[in-house]
Design a protein around this ligand. Structure first.
Ligand SMILES: [Zn+2]
Length: 345
C-alpha cells in the first residue's frame, strides 16, 4: 500500500491530543456550494454502455453509504447530467464541472463525464470508482489527499483499494445534507467566481525516474501566447511554448504547444486547483505526452511540472509527491539528461 500525503494529518492528531477526544478527525473538504435537494435526480447521457453501468453503480454505492442523500436516475432533465467524453488530448479520466448561485450557495448547473479514452480499458470496479468519485464532486465534495474516494488520482484510489465512498467521504456529504454542519466548508473564491472544475488524474508519478519513464518528451521552456476553445461545454487552453532545451524526445519541427483543461468563460477563469493554467512568461520543466505532432499535455497533472527560476537556478516541483527531488535547476536537468542517455543505451 502506498503512503499518501496527508497535509491535515499532523494538525488533526495534535488537536485530538490537545482535547483528549476520541472522535475521528475530519479530513474531507467541501467545495462550498451544494445541490438544491438531498434527493437529486441524475440524467445519464452516455453513448457507452460501460459508462452507463459505471454511473448507475456509482449512484447505488452512494445510496448504500448512508450519506443522508437519496439519488435516482431520470430520463428527463435531472439535477445533474452524467455523461462521457472521448478525449486523448488530456490526462484526466473523469471531470466534474459546475456552476452555482453566489447568493444562495446552491448549484445551478452540474455535469460530470467519464473519459472513455482511459476508462474503456479499466475493469468495471476501477471505472465505477471514477464514476463514484465524480458523483462525490456533484454532491459538493472537494479533493482530499488520503486513501478515500475523493483522492484526486485514480491510481492512488486503486492502489489503496478504494472504489466506494469511505466514512470520511460519507461524513462530508452528511455534513452538507443531513447534519447541516458546515464547519469544514471552505471559503469560496472571490464573489465573481461561481464555476469550478475538478479533474481526476488517470496517472500519477512520485519520482523523477517514473516521470521520465512516463513522458514522451521533457522540455525546458517558457510559456508563450495562448488560444482558448470550448468542447462539450468544457474550456481548454493551448499554450505556445518557447523551447529552451529538449531534455527528452521532442517534436519533429521543434515547436510545441501544451494543451490544458480550463480557460476563461464569460470573463471568469475556470481551472482545476491542482492543475492551474500556465501563465505566459513563466518558465518550467514539463514532462509531456505527445498526443498529436507538436501537441502535448503535462503528464500526471501537477506531477509533471516544475517551476523554473533561471536566475535563481531553481526548478521546484509543484506536486507534493515530488518534493523529495532536488530543486536545483542544474541537478534536475542533469538527472533528466542522464535518464534519457540511459534509456538510449
Ligand atoms: Zn476529482
Amino acid at each position: 500500500m502506498k503512503t499518501l500525503v496527508r497535509p491535515l494529518g499532523a494538525a488533526a492528531v495534535a488537536l485530538v491530543l490537545l482535547i483528549g477526544g476520541t472522535s475521528t478527525a475530519q479530513a474531507y473538504h467541501l467545495q462550498g456550494p451544494k445541490l438544491s435537494t438531498s434527493s437529486p435526480t441524475f440524467s445519464i447521457d452516455s453513448g457507452s454502455s460501460a459508462s452507463r453501468t459505471a454511473w448507475t453503480s456509482g449512484i447505488s454505492d452512494w445510496n448504500d453509504a448512508s450519506a443522508g442523500v437519496s439519488l435516482s436516475t431520470t430520463s428527463g432533465t435531472g439535477t445533474a447530467t452524467l455523461g462521457d467524453a472521448n478525449d486523448s488530448s488530456v490526462g484526466w479520466d473523469g471531470i466534474t464541472y459546475y456552476s452555482w448561485n453566489n447568493n444562495t450557495n446552491i448549484v445551478t448547473d452540474v455535469s460530470a463525464y467519464l473519459n472513455v479514452a482511459y476508462t474503456a480499458s479499466y475493469d468495471a470496479a476501477k471505472r465505477k470508482g471514477v464514476a463514484a468519485h465524480e458523483i462525490g464532486h456533484v454532491l459538493g465534495l472537494d479533493h482530499t489527499s488520503s486513501c478515500v474516494l475523493m483522492n484526486p488520482t485514480t491510481p492512488d484510489r486503486t492502489d489503496c483499494g478504494v472504489s466506494t465512498p469511505q466514512s470520511d467521504d460519507v461524513n462530508g456529504v452528511r455534513s452538507l445534507y443531513a447534519t447541516n454542519n458546515f464547519s469544514e466548508q471552505e471559503s469560496r473564491p472571490a464573489t465573481t467566481g461561481h464555476t469550478v472544475m475538478h479533474l481526476s488524474q488517470a496517472k500519477t508519478f512520485n519520482s523523477l525516474k517514473s516521470l521520465h519513464q512516463g513522458a514522451d518528451a521533457v522540455v525546458l521552456a517558457t510559456v508563450g501566447s495562448k488560444s482558448e476553445s470550448i468542447k462539450n461545454g468544457i474550456p481548454f487552453t493551448d499554450h505556445q511554448l518557447k523551447v529552451l532545451r529538449w531534455l527528452k524526445g521532442g517534436s519533429a519541427d521543434g515547436t510545441a504547444t501544451i494543451h490544458q483543461t480550463g480557460g476563461t468563460v464569460n470573463g471568469e477563469l475556470i481551472q482545476d486547483e491542482l492543475e492551474p493554467l500556465l501563465q505566459q512568461g513563466q518558465t518550467g520543466i514539463y514532462f509531456l505526452h505527445q498526443y498529436a505532432p507538436g501537441k502535448f499535455f503535462i503528464i500526471g497533472g501537477a506531477d509533471g511540472r516544475f517551476n523554473v527560476a533561471i536566475n535563481a537556478g531553481t526548478a521546484t516541483a509543484t506536486s507534493a509527491k515530488l518534493k523529495g527531488v532536488s530543486n536545483s535547476l542544474a541537478s534536475v536537468i542533469s538527472q533528466t539528461q542522464a535518464l534519457t542517455a540511459a534509456e538510449k543505451k
